[in-house]
Ligand binder design. Structure first.
Ligand code: NDP
Ligand code: OXD
Length: 308
């Protein structure tokens, strides 16, 4: 079996090959660019040129959870299945990230950080009696599902929204656009863990932000394209949003002149909510390829028509 490994930016290809080889020493590995005809490509945003040189490919393994970028490039020939990573060590990180945002809001940490800079001592909460905010999670897949379950174990009231209906014990669930306003109306904290698709692009805008309770906090670790940035900034300025923890942006790196950088109610992180752990990812990739070779069902096959 021949595996072609490709990536963009940081040169992680040799590390991925070394890790894949630990699991399957009998397979052959090639780093893109290579003309060696391969059976599978493991890659992140593989270019059209790669597919033009690889007539024998059986599938593309997306080295990440989100497939918006690979689908938007339109480079993958339609007959090739795209298989994405599922959790692979990212869901726990996502849950930690979301919990940080919830606690930042709940425990007034933005105010205390500002007070510390001013060497000002003032308590803003009834110590030991802080109400747990209701957290609404947009997307109940690998990431959102893990976030919702983890928050529930800490006792937070959790509600979730997805495309199809999910029944989760102890959680109020909502499905589809028709139920979005009712879902938003109960979210003290809104956590977005959605994939970026035609239906989710620009979903967090002036209309939907106005459906949240006043002063709600926003955590976005899905994709930047879910937000209409001007509407988010306006909601922060008006007090409709109490603050935001943002990890993903329309343009990355976030441009120097973007208002998020210096907004007093915004925390910006550089797309690190959940990074792909090489060991878990490679173990999963080898399992998926081996299953495909045996002709078995593999989960995580992307439906390009719905975009995730
Ligand atoms: P999944 O495919 O497992 O889950 C997607 C969820 O979103 C599902 O519950 C799905 O509903 C729901 N959904 C999709 N479209 C809609 C819609 N139109 N309306 C309502 N719900 C919808 O994806 P993952 O959980 O693995 O990943 C989610 C996203 O997280 C990725 O696409 C990526 O953008 C982002 N991500 C960000 C990272 C970071 O570091 N910031 C790291 C990893 C991922 P249903 O269950 O009905 O199908
Ligand atoms: C992913 C990401 O989709 O890192 O895996 O955002």
């Amino acid at each position: 079996m021949k595996i072609l490994v490709q990536s963009t930016g940081l040169d992680i290809v040799p590390g991925i090959i070394a890790e894949l080889r630990k699991h399957q020493p009998g397979w052959e590995y090639f780093a893109w660019p290579s003309d060696e005809p391969c059976d599978y490509v493991v890659g992140w945003k593989p270019p059209a040129e790669l597919f033009a040189k690889q007539p024998k490919l059986k599938a593309v393994i997306n080295y990440g959870a989100g497939v918006d970028a690979i689908l938007a490039m339109g480079a993958v020939p339609p007959h090739l299945p795209i298989v994405r990573l599922e959790d692979a060590g990212m869901a726990r990180q996502m849950a930690e990230y979301a919990i940080y945002g919830v606690i930042h809001h709940q425990r007034h940490l933005q105010i205390y950080l500002e007070q510390q800079r001013a060497k000002h001592w003032q308590q803003h909460e009834d110590r030991g009696n802080v109400r747990q905010p209701t957290v609404g999670v947009l997307g109940l897949g690998e990431m959102g599902g893990a976030v919702a379950r983890k928050l529930a174990t800490f006792g937070y009231p959790v509600r979730g929204w997805s495309r199809s209906r999910h029944q989760v014990e102890g959680m109020t669930t909502f499905a589809g656009m028709a139920e979005l306003p009712a879902f938003l109306a109960g979210c003290d904290v809104l956590v977005s863990m959605l994939p970026l698709t035609e239906l989710t692009r620009g979903l967090i805008n002036a209309v939907t932000l106005a459906q949240l309770p006043r002063g709600a906090f926003l955590v976005n670790a899905g994709r930047g394209g879910h937000l209409v940035d001007a509407d988010v900034v306006a909601a922060l300025d008006s007090g409709q949003l109490g603050g935001a923890l943002l990890d993903v942006f329309h343009e990355e790196p976030l441009p120097q002149d973007h208002p998020y950088w210096s907004h007093p109610k915004v925390i910006v992180t550089p797309h690190i909510a959940a990074t792909t752990p090489i060991k878990d990812a490679c173990a999963q990739i080898v399992d998926k390829i081996a299953a495909m070779e045996r002709g078995e069902f593999v989960s995580g096959i992307v439906d390009p028509k719905i975009g995730y």
